[in-house]
Design a protein around this ligand. Sequence first.
Ligand code: PMP
Length: 429
Amino acid sequence: MVRKHSEQLFRAAREVIPGGVNSPVRAFNGVGGSPVFIHRGEGAYLFDEDDNRYIDYVGSWGPLILGHGDPDVRARIHAAVDQGTSFGAPTAVEIELAQKVCELMPSIEQVRMVSSGTEATMSAIRLARGFTGRDLIVKFEGCYHGHVDSLLVKVGSGALTLGVPSSPGVPAAVTENTLTLPYNDLAAVQECFAAQGERIACIIVEPVAGNMNCVPPCASFLEGLRTVCDEHGSLLIFDEVMTGFRVALGGAQALYGVRPDLTTLGKIIGGGMPVGAFGGRRDVMQHIAPAGPVYQAGTLSGNPVAMAAGLATLEKIAVDGFHEQLTARTTRLLDGLATAARESGIAMTTNQVGAMFGLFFTDQTRVARFDEVMKCDVERFQRFFHAMLERGVYLAPSAFEAGFVSAAHTDADIDATVQAAREVFLAGC
Ligand code: PMP
């Protein structure tokens, strides 16, 4: 596959943009080689600047649950743009999206819109601290909650891919209030709270970890976090930036039946436009300015074009059977890949929650913890990634990112992907 234009663009980009990209993992540092520059997306497909076509399992890192350029979402965006792109004043569409979010996630009684997942988690942490009057926060190793200073400790995603899980530039004074524990290890959480629970403002957790590849919660891990928080007067924050509206319409909290105090959202809520949100208990949310004293603001927050895209997306996915069908298609993909790997004697394990999945090159039969993720064969993943790219399949360019299936993927797309993998595995990968 020729990617001459992508290579030229990458050279030009590196002159004026650090590393040639505006977000690290895009640079292919996790897999080597030169990134693909995208020209356009259509349904399940990406087309690069050399007009090569790829079946896309990244979906802009999660937002595009309807695939690229969904006609209904596009029409709503166009209509919104025609009325104006930003007002910095309240609009009716903000209420509509807020009402929709509250309806789909009943733990959210009030919600504040922001422009990214990072803003959502940053604000939720500030609110939890302001509400409880406590400074300590608990996060889990391998989880990523955006590039918030206090949360950039032993993180997943791009920082893990680049080998800098804790970033320079974050003063120790900022992170000394962040306690980092192993994911899926309830005993460690209980021990930590027994020692200093009265000083802990909140736990923030990805209810399905999607930034150290895809790692579902073990049975009763999330319930256990709920109990510990209740016992110590701490808030439980589910970071559903990735899982919200994806693993189930009501997010991971609906799927696992655990009610957090606060939820952070991003990705799907913006339908491909920049939106994030945080919301939850009314009594907690009432502490946010101007209702309360915890300050939080944004020039472009609740942007009308972004609200229109989000609302169109949520309305379209809130139909009977949508998530069941998406989940079934994802299962078809993973079953096909697992069979192809087995037939070729390639050791591979898969994880799936709804339309979110992970592939692990390992002979471990289960991958449920950060250290188990780290034992996987990253070099084999890199070879697999490039061989699939050559065959027109675009996977996340890192062994530490989850994959996503959209409603635009057909069974034929899935089968073509499995066939490509079969060829790669047969060749020894
Ligand atoms: N939380 C989670 C769980 C995420 O996956 C991400 C981004 N991948 C973020 C927060 C940060 O969102 P954003 O990139 O929009 O700032």
